[in-house]
Design a protein around this ligand. Structure first.
Ligand code: PTJ
Length: 246
């Protein structure tokens, strides 16, 4: 990471790419994570590599949901762990949410490496190792979750999530918050709160909102949630990407 000069015009993007490379080398990130990153990076370029106002609204609504939840869970995959391990631990801390490793390309080695990596970055308890429950309507390997984690959660944050799993979680009746730079992807399309923003910007911003809302009462949090319009947020992101108007 220190090899990239900070004044490089593509500094953030290069830093992100390096983190994914390091994640692959450390056995945390799947090789496919590099393709996912490339797709995300292209969308981010078109968004102007900034948090657009509708994404900030979504991030505030996400914070309100997490604070109101009884059993909030933040899902961690290989890309999330490589890009924002400490930031996810901080968000868990600010909202009382649990962290659960949940992989698309599941191997016990990677789950353990990720759990350890999160703990090195300040996470207390990391779920996902038990895998003693199943999400209905998904093939066996992709369905595994913790019974006292994602399975029982009322609100789940699933960044960079696969569309089938996002749909299956939605069918379980969970309030789903998705972070995905592609507004046309199925996961943000089925989310209650679609956040079209780079996870690198999104997670710290959700945490900032959560800290600011820490003393808000239930009615105040509900008001923020009611005021958020998911369809409008998706439209605003798509419009921004298509306009080429940075
Ligand atoms: O670690 P695993 O095994 O769970 O696998 C994780 C990946 C991400 C490899 C897996 O879930 C996958 O293949 O995902 P997809 O189908 O490529 O979807 C990833 C989505 O995340 C795409 O829509 C990308 O545009 C988006 N994305 C990529 N990087 C970022 C991003 N969204 C926000 N911030 C990013 N940095």
């Amino acid at each position: 990471e220190e090899e990239i000069p900070e004044d490089h015009p593509r500094y953030q993007d290069l830093l992100t790419r390096h983190r994914i490379e390091n994640g692959i080398e450390a056995g945390i990130t799947h090789l496919q994570g590099m393709h996912a990153e490339g797709r995300g990076s292209a969308f981010d370029y078109l968004l102007g590599e900034e948090t657009i106002p509708s994404a900030d609204d979504a991030e505030r609504a996400a914070a309100a949901h997490l604070l109101l939840a009884e059993r909030p869970v933040l899902s961690i995959n290989g890309n999330v762990a490589a890009l924002v391990p400490g930031e996810m631990a901080a968000l868990a801390d600010a909202t009382g949410a649990a962290l659960e490793v949940n992989l698309f390309n599941r191997t016990p080695e990677r789950i353990e490496a990720i759990a350890e990596h999160l703990q090195d970055h300040g996470a207390d308890d990391v779920k996902g190792l038990e895998a003693d429950a199943r999400i209905p309507n998904l093939d066996h390997k992709r369905a595994k979750v913790d019974a006292d984690g994602i399975y029982a959660a009322d609100v789940v944050l699933v960044p960079l999530e696969d569309g089938d799993r996002a749909e299956a979680l939605d069918e379980m009746g969970k309030t789903e918050i998705v972070i995905d730079l592609n507004p046309l992807s199925r996961s943000p399309q089925v989310a209650d709160v679609p956040i079209v923003d780079n996870i690198i910007r999104a997670v710290p911003n959700i945490t900032d909102h959560a800290r600011e809302l820490a003393d808000a009462d239930e009615a105040g949090l509900r008001e923020i949630i009611e005021a958020f319009d998911r369809d409008r947020a998706l439209e605003a992101a798509e419009k921004r990407i298509r306009s080429g108007d940075l």
